[in-house]
Write a protein that binds this ligand. Structure first.
Ligand SMILES: CC(C)(COP(=O)(O)OP(=O)(O)OC[C@H]1O[C@@H](n2cnc3c(N)ncnc32)[C@H](O)[C@@H]1OP(=O)(O)O)[C@@H](O)C(=O)NCCC(=O)NCCSC(=O)CCC(=O)c1ccccc1C(=O)O
Length: 342
């Protein structure tokens, strides 16, 4: 009779073969592949060296602003629409939309606060991963607050119409750290788009995904259409937008819209585990990969982000330093010792 190690090896081989044979999208379910190839059954040096991801309880603390906090002082008690926290002793920031009575619908004020928090998390070099979530278990976010919708966007306190969520989408997309959407309950309308622009989505079993725009006289012809098409394919994206149906977490996972589904009670624990797993890896590698994964879709802006990372790395090389030093010393640079690599 085969021992568990042999079974594990056999399962892995079957998994490799089947994953090659079955076109992506037709692989039955995540559960099948996990059964075939469980990481815990792997006994190779890679797993011995890196070990298990720690699962101890995370401790959240209201975030102190890393920089000047733009008038928000040392803590964020002035935030009204969001809660901004950082994990004690680990590089995780958590930003929570805090309008549960409105299913976490956003208004211009919400977006402004979210942008301030994301900006701080970007600037704080102790932060490596950011979680975006909604307060409570009923909704991640239900999109723009329809009660405030005017003829030119969503009314701010001065009655000026704004669609500033579009700026937030760009900010998340360009932020050089992974942003993880942690979704319980509804992620619909503009809330659905917010999870799509995040790098990863971890959903609770009660999560529901969908676009409602064409029912309420709205649409997102920007990232909300193009990124969706990339995630689920052009046909399914048309279905989501044209039909305005809602999809369960399991359907969303099957469609490639999200990364994984976990029991509601485990949502934060699992999300933090994913954060810790990412945080063990090279921040520069993650940064460049995020830029690279977005580059083609984001056109010139995507190229600029990736190109900026190349410059950032080049500044740290002897070759880059020689150029600057020569300028400061008023002499021609000597690049002769630097290889012209094949
Ligand atoms: C989310 C629901 C399906 C949840 O249903 P249910 O659990 O039964 O709760 P309700 O009783 O409906 O809601 C409780 C309470 O919350 C209020 N509420 C919920 N959602 C909103 C909202 N979006 N705006 C305002 N208020 C909301 C609801 O009225 C209730 O209040 P009471 O006072 O207790 O009655 C369901 O709530 C639902 O369908 N919600 C609306 C979903 C929706 O259509 N959202 C708007 C989609 S359009 C959009 O988001 C555009 C956003 C945008 O800014 C944009 C514009 C242009 C380009 C791009 C974008 C973009 O990307 O975002």
């Amino acid at each position: 009779m085969a021992d568990s190690k042999e079974l594990g090896t056999a399962n892995r081989r079957i998994s490799v073969v089947t994953n090659h044979l079955i076109p992506t999208g037709l692989i039955p379910t995540r559960v099948d592949s996990v059964e075939l190839c469980s990481a815990s059954s792997m006994n190779d040096n890679y797993h011995k060296v890196h070990g298990e991801v720690p699962t101890h309880e995370v401790v959240w603390k209201k975030a102190k602003f890393f920089g000047d906090g733009e008038g928000y002082g040392d803590n964020n008690k002035e935030f009204v629409d969001i809660i901004y926290e950082k994990a004690v002793g680990e590089g995780i920031a958590k930003i929570t939309i805090n309008r549960p009575e409105r299913r976490n619908a956003f208004r211009p004020q919400t977006i402004k606060e979210l942008m301030r928090a994301f900006n701080d998390a970007r600037d704080d070099s102790s932060v490596g991963v950011i979680i975006l979530t909604g307060k409570g278990t009923k909704a991640f976010c239900s999109g723009g607050d329809q009660a405030l919708r005017t003829q030119d966007g969503y009314a701010d306190p001065n009655d000026v119409g704004r669609l500033n969520v579009l700026d937030l989408q760009v900010q998340i997309r360009r932020l050089p750290k992974p942003v993880i959407a942690m979704v319980a309950g509804y992620a619909v309308g503009g809330g659905h788009i917010l999870h799509m622009v995040c790098d990863l989505t971890i959903a609770a079993e009660n999560a529901i995904f969908g676009q409602t725009g064409p029912k309420v006289g709205s649409f997102d012809a920007g990232y909300g259409s193009s990124i969706m098409s990339r995630l689920v394919g052009p046909k399914k994206a048309r279905e989501m937008w044209f039909m305005t149906r809602f999809y369960s977490a399991f359907e969303a996972e099957k469609m490639g819209l999200i990364n994984t589904v976990v029991p509601l009670d485990d949502l934060e624990k699992e999300t933090v585990k994913w954060c810790r797993e990412i945080l063990r890896n090279s921040p520069t590698a993650i940064r460049v990969l995020k830029a690279a994964l977005n580059a083609v879709d984001d056109g010139h802006a995507g190229l600029q982000e990736l190109g900026g990372d190349a410059t950032l790395l080049f500044y740290g090389t002897e070759e880059g330093i020689e150029g600057r030093t020569a300028y400061m010393q008023r002499r021609p640079p000597d690049f002769s010792k630097f290889p012209r690599r094949p």
